[in-house]
Design a protein around this ligand. Structure first.
Ligand code: TPP
Length: 487
């Protein structure tokens, strides 16, 4: 009633949220409350994103008689006949097909159907960026994630593809840009893209066939079309299987041996760390070694959320899952402070599953107060904090593009384990490699059998992995004399 008159906390909310929502329902009359509420839920499902229901405050009170709308859910189906037939034809001729299993496979419960298609083709399956739970890691055809800090095996196999099936994937830039010095995207390959949102088809990468459909139904339709035919790739199934196994073994070996970053800055940091006082007689640990130990100690059926930061990005190579809805990454939102609240939400939704969040110490500073939420509301989770005493991802840009002129990159923190204990949770500080796995196991036991939240802070070296977007930054150009000394 008083809108526009400058009341307490008044602001125009609809334009604020417009950019982040797929639909905004503004209730214009109390009698339409149920209708708008139902529509917001329906649109969130059909548009696959958040919607906003805006209720003027005075409509919170009073009585109405309304029909409660039934949820309306889209039956998307497999896609158009013609595009499915064209895709099947391309696949029948393919000599080295590769499948990208994307977020649509997770959202559409399509892992089994993706598996059936992959097995019919004998095709390697790579996860799209940060959708590491879109295909079981124990499957012989699984090759790991594409893109930023992803699997070299996935990228090397991708580079050989003559036909690519992007199943439920936007093919976003982070998952297709060059990585590990490899420009792996197969420029001459025919791309079949399947997405439930037609606006994603051909948006980032040029495609040969676009299928607007449900990932599960489309995978079934393609597998059916290929079931009783001889495919060009049938003859090389065993040979391609060997290639997949060889590339995967080579990547695992490389990861085992990759205990330090290999650039000049990291070497300097290793030296500096050696000179630094060690922690309680322990050591600062290299992030890659820590991530490998955590991977080995992960419990079955785990849910993991990751934050935004350098170590969290490197974690991509070490996070493997057996079933969907297990990995919750910040994706292209890229917001620091994301992982901990997210895993708290996941734990509430699935209390029977172990829940683990990863965060750097900077991002942890943005979210650690939620430890009290866990304690107060009995939501036991496990948080791993990579305590490298810096805003690493930002520093990496200052190393690569600003000649190591660090601006506000250092974080000399207090003990996060002690802060956790002060908030009523358990806290463990890890400064020896052999303690990483046991610390995680102990924290999971506390979570699952004693209802306790535990924060594990792991003392890490200041070494830094590859940056987010080499393509998005360039060296500064200095025009003024006073800046000439700065390269
Ligand atoms: C809310 C928010 N603020 C700032 C950033 C920019 N940012 C991206 S990564 C990063 C550094 C993260 O540092 P830390 O959590 O300590 O992890 P590290 O990089 O050292 O592993 C920052 C500040 C962001 N993505 N989100």
């Amino acid at each position: 009633m008083t809108m526009g008159l400058g009341g307490f906390q008044e602001c125009n909310q609809l334009p604020m949220f417009q950019e982040f929502t797929k639909y905004q329902g503004h209730v214009t009359h109390p009698a339409r409350m149920a209708e708008y509420t139902g529509r917001c839920f329906d649109r969130a499902m059909s548009e696959m994103g958040p919607t906003q229901l805006n209720i003027p405050r005075d409509y919170f009170y009073g009585e109405i008689t309304a029909e409660i709308p039934q949820p309306a859910r889209l039956d998307r189906g497999a896609g158009g006949e013609q595009s499915l037939n064209e895709a099947a034809e391309l696949l029948a001729q393919a000599k080295f097909p590769v499948i990208i299993s994307g977020g649509g496979v997770v959202m559409g419960d399509a892992v089994e159907e993706c598996k059936a298609l992959a097995e019919r083709l004998g095709a390697p399956v790579v996860n799209s960026y940060l959708h590491n739970d879109s295909f079981p890691a124990s499957h012989p055809l699984w090759c790991g994630p594409l893109g930023y800090q992803g699997s070299k095996a996935a990228m090397k196999l991708m580079a050989q593809a003559d036909v690519v099936v992007a199943l439920g994937s936007r093919l976003g830039p982070f998952g297709t840009l060059p990585q590990h010095g490899m420009d792996y995207w197969p420029k001459n390959a025919k791309i079949i893209q399947i997405d439930a949102d037609n606006k994603m088809l051909g948006l980032v990468k040029k495609i040969s066939v676009g299928i607007c459909g449900d990932a599960k139904a489309a995978a079934v339709a393609l597998t059916q079309r290929l079931a009783n035919r001889t495919l060009a790739c049938d003859a090389t199934r065993a040979e391609r299987g060997d290639k997949i196994a060889t590339e995967k073994a080579a990547w695992e070996k490389e990861l085992d041996e990759w205990t330090h970053e290999r650039d000049a800055f990291s070497l300097d940091m290793i030296e500096q760390n050696a000179q630094e006082q060690t922690f309680n007689g322990g050591h600062y640990l290299h992030p890659r070694q820590v991530l490998r130990e955590l991977e080995k100690a992960m419990p079955e059926d785990v849910m993991v959320s990751t934050d935004i930061g350098n170590i969290n990005s490197v974690a991509n190579s070490y996070l493997r899952f057996e079933k969907p809805r297990s990995f919750f990454a910040a994706m292209s939102f890229g917001n620091c402070g994301y992982a901990f609240p997210t895993i708290i939400g996941a734990k509430v939704a699935a209390p029977h599953r172990p829940a683990v969040s990863y965060a750097g110490d900077g991002a942890w500073g943005m979210s650690l107060m939620e430890t009290m939420t866990c304690v107060r509301h009995n939501i036991p989770v496990t948080a791993v904090v990579f305590h490298n005493r810096q805003w690493g991802a930002e520093k990496k840009n200052q190393v690569d593009f600003y000649n190591r002129r660090f601006v506000a990159g250092e974080l000399d923190n207090q003990s996060f384990a002690e802060i956790a204990r002060a908030m009523g949770a358990e806290g463990i500080t890890v400064d020896r490699l052999e303690d990483v796995g046991p610390a995680l196991k102990k924290a999971i036991d506390l979570q699952m059998n004693h209802g306790k939240t535990c924060i594990i802070e792991i003392m890490c070296t200041r070494e830094l992995g590859d940056p987010f977007r080499r393509d998005a930054l360039s060296k500064p150009v200095r025009f003024l004399d006073k800046y000439k000394d700065y390269v």
